[in-house]
Write a protein that binds this ligand. Structure first.
Ligand SMILES: *Cc1c(COP(=O)(O)O)cnc(C)c1O
Length: 405
């Protein structure tokens, strides 16, 4: 490829990496005659549990389903209040309402973009109490789960972790996966371990694991899928509860197992890319780099910078200018209290309840970030951002000169 073509190639926000081994695994399953939940799911669960250091793993169709199942496994009375961040993905809150519970949104720390002890306490006192919490590890940073639970006055057995960004995150000395009642991972196309679609619930609690196995497949006795296996055919099964249709297929599980073999090297590359971005953007005025955790380990799912007024262009304009220059960005997330559905759901009076989220929402940009991103692509993104800053500051400088002349 000539240098000219390479320079012009678009830098996408994400490229989904499906390894050759995962493609071969998919072919193998497609030819096997058994496509849906089966032996591959059992193996994937075993390997994934071992990978994150949890006792049990239950494979499901998405992280959204995992959160709903995790909450339902807590058996809270209907209408119980569940704390979560306003800077999160809408699915995490749909999961709360579909479990028959009431979301209570928390403001965020402007540095980490996730709730801290103070914003958690403020949300608890606004709601007059809290019964559970969905804690998010935003962008792959470790959320201090124990500290947040304590601030909310909740035991860890009332915490469900949204670990959609957090395959590879450590809180202190522990990998995310067995700290709380249920930890929920995503294998969506853009996530650190992509399958396309899929999720996993992990827990150290046998009762939560058993409930999750039942809930993911119509509330049927846990091994209902086996009734179609050759030689095990049986028409008998029991429906024990109101479940979801949220099982994972063997096709997904076989791909996930193959992808898991690559995860270590992909995670190492993500950490390397974060360091290259940090170095490339360190001198750009008005670009605030992502926070680095004091303890634990960052999984670097996203690389989110904040565009401060000093930069000279606002966030929206920066995204447009970068897009014109062949670089695609995104925003994680539009705060939920800005969305019409949640405004209706939560009722009036919340317009000013999340001042930090309102400020950071005007500033956040997720830069292109994925394991197969090249050094030269990162350097191109950084130099375009630095160039735009210089240009805009030069123009504002001229304007200032005009005005004062
Ligand atoms: C992607 C994402 C989810 C949902 O994951 P799915 O597997 O697509 O259901 C939930 N929470 C957060 C924070 C996410 O980024």
């Amino acid at each position: 490829m000539s240098a000219l073509v390479e320079v012009r190639r678009r830098v996408p926000f994400c490229r989904t990496e499906i390894s050759l081994e995962a493609r071969a695994a998919a072919q193998r399953i497609l030819a096997s005659g058994w496509i849906t939940s089966g032996p591959e799911v059992i193996e994937f669960e075993r390997e994934f549990a071992e990978h994150v250091g949890a006792r049990h793993a239950v494979a499901v169709s998405s992280c959204t389903a995992a959160i709903e199942i995790g909450l339902r496994a807590l058996q809270l009375p209907p209408g119980s209040r569940v704390l979560t961040s306003t800077v999160t993905f809408c699915g995490a809150v749909h999961a709360i309402t579909r479990a028959g519970l009431v979301p209570v949104l928390c403001d965020v720390d402007p540095e980490t973009l996730m709730p801290n002890a103070a914003t958690t306490r403020a949300a608890v006192s606004r709601a007059g109490g809290a019964d559970a919490m969905v804690a998010i590890h935003f962008a792959g940073q470790p959320a201090p789960v124990e500290e947040l639970a304590e601030a909310a006055g909740l035991p860890l057995s009332r915490v469900v972790e949204d670990a959609a960004h957090a395959i590879g995150t450590w809180v202190g000395e522990r990998s995310v996966g067995g700290i709380s009642a249920a930890t929920c991972f995503s294998f969506y196309a853009t996530k650190n371990l992509p399958i396309g679609e899929g999720g996993m619930l992990t827990t150290d609690l046998p009762a939560v694991a058993a409930a999750a196995r039942e809930l993911r497949l119509h509330g049927m006795s846990a091994d209902a899928w086996r009734r179609y296996l050759p030689g095990q055919a049986s028409w008998r099964y029991e429906v024990k509860s109101e479940g979801l249709k949220a099982n994972m297929t063997d096709l997904q599980a076989a791909m996930g197992r193959a992808q898991l073999r690559h995860l270590g090297s992909w995670q190492a590359r993500r950490a390397e890319l974060a360091a290259i971005f940090d170095a490339g953007l360190a001198g750009v005025p008005g670009i605030r780099l992502p926070a680095r955790p004091a303890t634990g380990r960052h999984a670097w799912h996203l690389y989110v910078v904040q565009v401060e007024p000093e930069f000279g262009l606002d966030r929206g304009t920066l995204i447009e200018r970068l897009s014109e220059r062949g670089i695609d960005c995104s925003v994680h997330f539009i705060p939920l209290h800005h969305q019409p559905h949640f405004q209706r759901l939560l009722g009036p009076g919340l317009e000013r309840a999340f001042p930090a989220a309102d400020i950071v929402f005007e500033r956040i940009v997720s830069l292109p970030f994925f394991a197969s991103l090249g050094d030269h692509e990162v350097e191109r993104v950084c130099s375009e951002i630095a160039g735009l800053s210089e240009q805009s500051r030069a123009t504002t400088g001229d304007l200032h000169l005009e005005l004062t002349r």
